[in-house]
Design a binder for this molecule. Structure first.
Ligand SMILES: Cc1ncc(COP(=O)(O)O)c(C=O)c1O
Length: 386
């Protein structure tokens, strides 16, 4: 590419208007985009500090996390994962990770990088690891510091029975870490009631805001363990320092808050609570189940175990003989619709369709289905599975 100059500037940004129905990000809620155009405040402005505390209160409500602490981390979901690990795990600690997909494996890799002895309990793509298998491992290694699972595995569309795991773990010394990146705001989640000790999420899926922050939550006992943890924690992710900034007053500077992203999340949470969490979960449920029925009626198979199928993220197996990425490309080029493909080198061929945030509606599902029908019209019918 030729270097840009004053006479030859870079082209204007002008992104195309897409319907984002992949695994995330989703389209931004219009009122959230509006919020990002509100007047910019400095991060030391007392008005902004009040908004921060209000945001934390809304996050408590959306997580159902009232006993411990919540805040939005100044980075994406991956950093939420890292914050849990670096604050709760010391080198040499045992960490049990149950996974059957890309993101659970990422937790295991990350814990290993931070020096944990990682015990992996795995399942096939589309399944969930049985809680019994995790508890057996925990019986064998009761000293385990953490047991970790992904509540909504975005790489497969499967939902882990998290409530049951929480009930089984809450009386043990081991903490429960849950990846709630694709669950928060889209499906039922009750941090305190289910006995979760640390959770992280994102802004760009069921909350309908742009990517850029990671809402996290600590239970009281997780916070205590973090305070007692041996060794130092990376400055950016130190929960003690983050709380001095987000929650304690007078405020202690930690970083320059991403003000406009905080406005966006503020409005996203406000919108979710105005809608009502149960109504929002029901909307995601209705749209997703409608899409899944329509997809199955067309003769396609879904990847996830039907008993574990998430409502708002559907992984459709690409039938033999159909070029999965080619179909995705045509959906984008000809219909301005983004859907996902398989994630990672060992993922089976799939399309991942997300109906999240403002896109969780039967109307959007119909738009996606109509585009698939048009693109697949010339594909050989026998290639489709029964
Ligand atoms: C289940 C899950 N965990 C973690 C992540 C990582 O989040 P981010 O991409 O916001 O860093 C994702 C991203 O899609 C995800 O779906």
């Amino acid at each position: 590419m030729a270097p840009f100059t004053t006479t030859q500037p870079a082209p204007p940004l002008t992104p195309p208007k897409r319907l984002l129905c992949g695994p995330g990000p989703t389209n931004v809620e219009p009122s959230v985009l509006e919020a990002m155009r509100e007047p910019m405040l400095g991060h030391l402005d007392p008005v902004f500090h009040d908004r921060m505390l209000e945001l934390v209160e809304m996050l408590r409500a959306v997580y159902g996390a009232h006993a411990g602490v919540t805040l939005p981390l100044q980075a994406t979901g991956m950093s939420g994962m890292e914050t849990g690990i670096v604050n709760l795990v010391s080198p040499g600690d045992v960490v049990i990770v149950g996974y059957a997909g890309f993101f659970g494996r990422r937790i295991a890799e990350m814990a290993a990088r931070h020096g944990a002895e990682v015990i992996e309990v795995t399942g096939e793509w589309g399944e969930t690891v049985p809680n019994e298998a995790l508890l057996e491992e925990l019986d064998r290694r009761p000293e385990a510091r953490l047991v970790a699972v992904v509540h909504a595995e975005t790489s497969t569309g499967a939902q882990h029975p998290l409530e049951e795991l929480g009930a089984a773990v809450r009386d043990r010394d081991t903490l429960l870490l849950a990846d709630c990146v694709t669950s928060l705001g889209g499906i039922p989640l009750a941090f305190d009631d289910w006995g979760i000790d640390f959770a992280y999420s994102c802004t760009q899926k069921a909350l309908g805001a742009p990517p850029g922050m990671s809402p996290i939550a600590f239970s009281p006992r997780a916070l205590e363990r973090a305070r007692e943890r041996a060794g130092s924690v990376p400055f950016s992710f130190d929960i003690g320092l983050l709380l001095d900034y987000w929650v304690e007053r007078p405020i202690t500077y930690h970083h320059t808050a991403p003000i406009l992203h905080i406005y966006a999340l503020y409005q996203g949470l406000r919108h979710a609570l105005e809608e009502g969490l149960e109504a929002r979960w029901a909307r995601h449920e209705e749209a997703g189940r409608y899409l899944q029925k329509q997809v199955r009626d067309r003769g396609f198979d879904l990847l996830a175990d039907p008993d574990r199928q998430l409502p708002h993220l559907t992984a459709v197996r690409v039938p033999d003989g159909i070029d999965g990425p080619g179909v995705q490309r045509r959906l984008l080029d000809e219909h301005d619709i983004e859907v996902g493909g398989g994630l990672g080198p060992d993922a089976p061929a799939m399309w991942r369709i997300g109906l999240m945030g403002p896109n969780a509606s039967v109307e959007v599902a119909d738009r996606v289905l109509a585009a698939f029908d048009a693109v697949l019209a010339n594909e050989p019918a026998p290639a489709r599975s029964g």
